[in-house]
Design a protein around this ligand. Structure first.
Ligand SMILES: NC(=O)c1ccc[n+]([C@@H]2O[C@H](COP(=O)([O-])OP(=O)(O)OC[C@H]3O[C@@H](n4cnc5c(N)ncnc54)[C@H](O)[C@@H]3O)[C@@H](O)[C@H]2O)c1
Length: 389
């Protein structure tokens, strides 16, 4: 189970924007994987008058049925896996809410059936899987959007605006990441067979997206990566859950709980990154973006989940003197970020708009994560290879 302090679900307490929605055509949606994050999807879809959730699939018998009952959604047809659902339904779109190792297969199957896909983050586990998904996307001509709701945050947009304004000048160094002192999730997140990757995929992908999106997603070239799992595998620090003791979860733990890397990006930019589910430290540092004209400091709190946790500071010269400008937190108005993420996907499907969070960008995010794992395995710096799509 993902850390509940993620404040993902709590965003539904926000006031939902009253916007005129064209209901003359209803988008038929299916949900693949009815676990924890699917709850956020169904809560959003339920609120949308132009969406009809008609099908749901889960590998665990009875889970999808109980899920729809809990959320009071009627008229849904149920399936034991993504294939039987996609073979038997005429859908406009699916939410793929499966664990990481089951991101690629259902997404490829859906795209091959001509169905648009909103795929939860991280994109996949490996670069090769991401490339296979993108080949299916290209062939299908359908929309594939990756579920990074922090993209909808006005503060995240502000980071990008600051970079694009030229205030920082040419960027040459970025430090990002973050982590929790104690925050190891359990459930399907901690095993290689389901999670595939640990802190790297769960939260690392967010802090990478925060900075890479701001600077226009340059291609990653090389990486020297390190991963460890000292906390997850230790019964003292492993997290118990409804089905396992801490000792049992420590024995199941087979992914990373900490990662660090030094990445070279196209354009001569250095990316210094670290991420952690648990450590003997509150934070490994702020996110900083250094440019030739100025620098931006984003306080580390919550950076790990793609949230700007406090006012940012812009360091620059003013009339020849060193100056600092505080960039206050911008309040997000209207619907919660998660609802905005789903709405933007539904609108893209309805109106043939580009994917709100395109795979072409997140491919580089995935290639860095995969590169860190591969470099850590061989113990030295490696070239990041990305096959042609
Ligand atoms: N965007 C966010 O804020 C956010 C937050 C938490 C989790 N996530 C992501 O969502 C994904 C799921 O996380 P979760 O906490 O819901 O996991 P979960 O284990 O609670 O749920 C996953 C469900 O998918 C089902 N499943 C797996 N393969 C399937 C298949 N082929 N067909 C049908 N069902 C299948 C499983 O049986 C399980 O019920 C992860 O990739 C995670 O990274 C995103």
């Amino acid at each position: 189970m993902a850390n509940k302090s993620d404040a993902v679900l709590s965003q539904f307490t926000q006031q939902v924007e009253e916007e005129a929605v064209d209901t003359s055509r209803k988008i038929k949606v299916g949900i693949i994987g009815t676990g924890w994050i699917a709850e956020s999807h169904i809560l959003c879809y339920k609120n949308m008058p132009d969406v009809e959730v008609v099908a749901a699939a889960d590998l665990i018998p009875g889970k999808a049925e109980a899920f729809m009952k809990k959320f009071g959604v009627d008229g849904v047809r149920f399936y034991p896996d993504h294939k039987s659902m996609l073979d038997n339904e005429e859908l406009d779109a699916v939410s793929v809410c499966t664990y990481n190792t089951q991101h690629a297969a259902p997404t490829i199957y859906a795209l091959n059936k001509g169905v648009n896909v909103l795929l939860e983050k991280p994109f996949t586990v490996t670069t090769e899987e991401a490339v296979e998904v993108m080949r299916a996307e290209k062939k299908s001509g359908k929309i594939l959007s990756i579920g990074f709701q922090p993209r909808m945050d006005e503060n995240m947009k502000m980071i990008k605006k600051i970079v694009e304004s030229g205030e920082l000048g040419e960027i040459y160094y970025i430090q990002t990441g973050g982590g929790r002192r104690r925050g190891i999730p359990n459930s399907t997140f901690i095993e290689k067979s389901t999670g595939g990757i640990g802190a790297l995929g769960d939260i690392g992908c967010y802090s990478l997206d925060m900075v890479l999106n701001a600077i226009g997603y340059p291609k990653p070239l090389t990486v020297s990566g390190y991963t460890s799992n000292f906390f997850g595998t230790n019964p003292l620090y492993a997290t118990p859950d409804a089905h396992h003791t801490a000792a049992e979860n420590a024995a199941r733990f087979s992914v990373d709980d900490f990662a660090a890397a030094f990445i070279r990006l196209e354009g001569g930019i250095i990316l210094d990154f670290r991420i952690s589910w648990a450590m003997h430290l509150d934070t490994p540092g702020d996110t900083v973006i250094l440019g030739k004209k100025g620098a931006l400091r984003i306080p580390s709190t919550d950076c790990w989940n793609g949230t700007v946790g406090g006012p940012m500071t812009l360091y620059h010269d003013l009339a020849g003197e060193r100056a600092q400008t505080t960039v206050p937190i911008i309040e997000n108005k209207g619907a919660g970020l998660f609802e905005k993420k789903i709405r933007s996907f539904v609108d893209a499907v309805k109106y043939g708009l580009p994917a709100p969070v395109p795979s072409s960008q997140i491919l580089y995010n995935q290639a860095i994560i995969d590169g860190i794992c591969k470099s850590a395995e061989v113990g030295h710096e490696i070239q990041i290879e990305i096959p042609e799509i």
